[in-house]
Design a protein around this ligand. Structure first.
Ligand SMILES: Nc1ncnc2c1ncn2[C@@H]1O[C@H](COP(=O)(O)OP(=O)(O)OP(=O)(O)O)[C@@H](O)[C@H]1O
Length: 244
């Protein structure tokens, strides 16, 4: 199977001297849904930001769809990211003055591409067909996040990264958004990498990757919420003990 994303020996030390990633290597196969979990401060968001090209690692390489993201510079990297990577944020990051449809199509406008023939289909599939001309403020959190997922998919990227996509949602909306992400992978063959704190959310993924102290700390295939919670509790114990 092809890798949608491969990261090799990623290190990230912030200007304040904190090392958030301490040599992480991982691959995410095309057409899979992976959750990234770990204790608070273990480097999950940093891993996602570096893998998505939103931030630069201090050392190491990132490949998206076989092409090296870390080999590109500034504007070329922005272009690379816009065409090959989708990102979903916890707080949706929609532009308040644009309608649902304009928000969804924005990545294409930025990339200088035309509206795709299937734009309407994407919005319909996400249950947004009758809301296309609304402003985000008129939508519920779950609907806003569906708009954000549609926006992340519109350029047909090699991978969609999602950082706590259900963190701000109630249980029902969270379940809907997770179902949508699963469908994106299993019906449309896309690749999703999602950071979450929630074992129930992680159980929607095909596999879980665990981080602790900026390093890989194992993985789990076919995760159940209980098994994930137990593994996390164990990781928490280990990091608390190491810090004591
Ligand atoms: N911009 C930044 N500048 C300095 N330090 C940072 C920055 N971003 C993150 N860190 C630090 O890097 C470490 C890893 O942070 P990161 O946000 O990647 O962890 P996380 O696992 O996503 O945490 P959480 O679950 O709490 O969101 C933490 O110690 C954090 O304080």
């Amino acid at each position: 199977m092809n890798d949608a994303v491969r990261v090799e020996s990623l290190y990230k030390t912030y200007e304040n001297g904190v090392t958030a990633l301490d040599g992480v290597s991982a691959r995410f196969a095309s057409g899979t849904f992976t959750a990234v979990m770990g204790p608070s401060g273990s480097g999950k968001s940093t891993l996602l930001q570096c893998a998505a090209g939103l931030d630069l690692p201090t050392a190491g390489r990132v490949f998206i769809g076989g092409a090296e993201l870390t080999a590109t510079k500034d504007t070329a990297r922005t272009k690379f990211r816009r065409s090959r990577v989708g990102f979903v944020f916890q707080d949706y990051n929609l532009l308040p003055s644009l309608t649902v449809e304009q928000n969804v199509l924005l990545p294409l406008r930025l990339a200088g591409k035309r509206r795709p023939a299937n734009a309407r289909q994407i919005l319909d599939r996400l249950g947004l067909g009758d809301r296309t001309h609304e402003l985000p403020e008129r939508l519920s959190g779950g609907q806003r996040q569906r708009v954000a997922v549609a926006r992340a998919l519109v350029t047909e990227p090699a991978v969609v990264f999602a950082d706590e996509p259900t963190g701000a949602l109630d249980l029902r909306s969270a379940r809907e958004v997770l179902g949508l992400l699963r469908a994106v992978v299993h019906e449309y063959g896309r690749t999703v990498v999602m950071v979450t704190h929630d074992p129930v959310a992680a159980a929607h993924a095909d596999a879980v990757l665990f981080l602790a102290d900026g390093r890989l700390a194992g993985s789990m295939a076919h995760p159940s919420a209980d098994a994930v919670a137990e593994r996390l509790a164990h990781l928490g114990d280990l990091t608390t003990r190491a810090a004591a």
